[in-house]
Design a protein around this ligand. Structure first.
Ligand SMILES: Cc1ncc(COP(=O)(O)O)c(C=O)c1O
Length: 463
């Protein structure tokens, strides 16, 4: 075999396969040494050590808005109908259709979408809700507002999603619901979760706040459970700034949600209607989406599917390329997953394959190469945080539960999730919402950056 020592990283990327490069260089891609490629023959000097970044020129802007071609927002502002009216209804209809549910209710944000869903399910004090621990605090607020107990079931570290077998192990006569979180936009194992829910007559509320348009065998996440909850916060795939939605096929549930989101008025009362006969006939809230939010949402919806397609094309390419680098394992997809929102593009980092370079130093070095990346959520699990400790110490919880059940040390031990802890230490999240809208060359730059760091891992570790 001829040794092509002048093979550059760019030409490798064009050749399209790490294996091909490894072969050309007589280096198997699966060995612990990264392919000897790069502009200077040693993959160049890492940017963190003063070299030139692998990626220059930034990434597509996020969120995106073109005031000239998207006049809808200005139109609403000029018209002066700013509170919930026709555009919100139109947005709900389109969102329900997009997700594949009969109904959608638009609300102020994802946090309140989740809280409203729990408010309108028969879940309350003494009940348990089984939850993925790999998430953000807002996922569990709704459970706590209902004065129920969150029970954490560990994740599968290869998929980052709640492990269905761990859910089974946590079911008790008090379990009322399962709350999977499609973290990073990668679908949880909904087929297995729905089977468990059916067997045990449990509600399923999907936290799909990061998973717009992710799908399993053509079915969108958020449409599997009793309710799907979405966020339209700025960083999300469907950015409105703030906004959220609950999707469902249950008309009665939707009616109750509607009433709840509009002061507890009858669901037949249109927002903005005032009459002496209108009263809050039940406890409600006011979490209505505004017309200008819906106007932004309707514009974003027009672009969403094309962006989703591009993210999936680039994401699938990038994951395949990264998988060929020793020590990098993109998270695994469950059987049947056919598209991913790619809110994040996460992978599992093995420091051993990078000469012991710590995950945090790797993330720092990759950022210096011009890649937008973090290590994911901070290392303290939700079940250890002040949120739950102070809730358990609150007067209302102390009235509702025996002291033993609120013993926080015991609660932490009972909910300990070792696979989650392992994941905190090895996860790397590429900020793919904007990055995967880049060119194929931009994707190649990310691969180049990781290879460059691997080739120079010992120098970076010592620096
Ligand atoms: C997994 C998850 N759940 C819930 C939320 C809450 O959504 P919002 O910020 O719209 O209230 C978020 C948003 O960051 C999220 O990522």
């Amino acid at each position: 075999m001829t040794m092509k020592t002048n093979l550059t990283r760019r030409s490798f990327v064009k050749a399209g396969s790490l294996g091909a490069v490894g072969g050309a260089l007589g280096v198997a891609a699966t060995t612990s040494a990264a392919p000897a490629v790069g502009k200077t023959g040693d993959a160049g000097t890492p940017a963190v050590l003063g070299g030139t970044p692998a990626h220059k020129g930034g990434w597509p802007r996020w969120p995106q808005w073109d005031a000239a071609s998207d006049p809808e927002l200005a139109d609403v502002m000029k018209k002066g109908v700013w509170s919930r009216a026709k555009l919100v209804t139109e947005f709900e209809n389109q969102w329900a259709k997009m997700i594949g549910n009969k109904h959608a209710l638009a609300v102020v944000n994802g946090t309140n979408a989740l809280s409203a869903a729990f408010m309108e399910l028969p879940i309350g004090p003494g009940d348990e809700v089984i939850i993925s621990p790999y998430t953000f605090s807002a996922s569990i607020f709704g459970v706590l507002y209902q004065k129920a107990i969150p029970v954490f079931a560990d994740i599968d570290p290869t998929t980052y999603q709640i492990d269905p077998e761990k859910i089974r192990a946590k079911i008790t006569p008090r379990t009322k619901a399962i709350l999977p979180v499609h973290i990073c936009g990668f679908p949880s194992d909904m087929e297995a979760i729905m089977k468990i829910a059916k067997e045990h007559k449990l509600f399923v509320v999907e936290d799909a706040c990061q998973a717009h348009l992710s799908s399993i065998r053509g079915r969108k996440v958020g449409s599997f459970g009793h309710a799907g909850c979405f966020s339209f916060q700025t960083s999300k795939i469907m950015p409105i700034g703030e906004g959220g939605a609950i999707t469902t096929d249950d008309a009665d549930f939707k009616d109750r949600l509607y009433s709840y989101h509009n002061y507890g008025y009858a669901s037949s009362i249109a927002p903005g209607t005032y009459a002496s006969t209108i009263h809050s006939f039940r406890l409600g809230n006011k979490i209505r989406m505004a017309e200008y939010q819906a106007a932004i949402g309707l514009v974003q919806l027009k672009k969403l599917e094309a962006q989703h397609k591009l993210r999936n094309e680039n994401g699938n390419w990038l994951r395949a390329k990264l998988a060929e680098i020793p020590g990098i394992k993109p998270v695994r997809l469950y059987d049947g997953v056919d598209s991913v929102s790619y809110y994040m593009c996460p992978f599992i980092y093995d420091a051993q394959a990078f000469k012991g370079l710590s995950r945090d130093k790797f993330v720092k070095a990759l950022s210096a190469e011009g890649v937008s990346v973090t290590g994911g959520y901070p290392n303290d699990p939700l079940y250890t945080q002040g949120l739950l400790r102070t809730t358990f110490e609150s007067a209302i919880y102390r009235k509702l539960y025996p002291a033993a059940e609120l013993n926080f040390e015991q609660y932490k031990q009972k909910n300990h999730c070792p696979k989650l802890i392992q994941t905190f230490q090895t996860s790397v999240w590429l900020n793919s919402t904007p990055m995967l809208l880049g060119s194929r060359q931009d994707m190649a730059d990310i691969v180049d950056a990781v290879v460059k760091i691997q080739r120079n891992a010992d120098k970076i570790a010592k620096a």
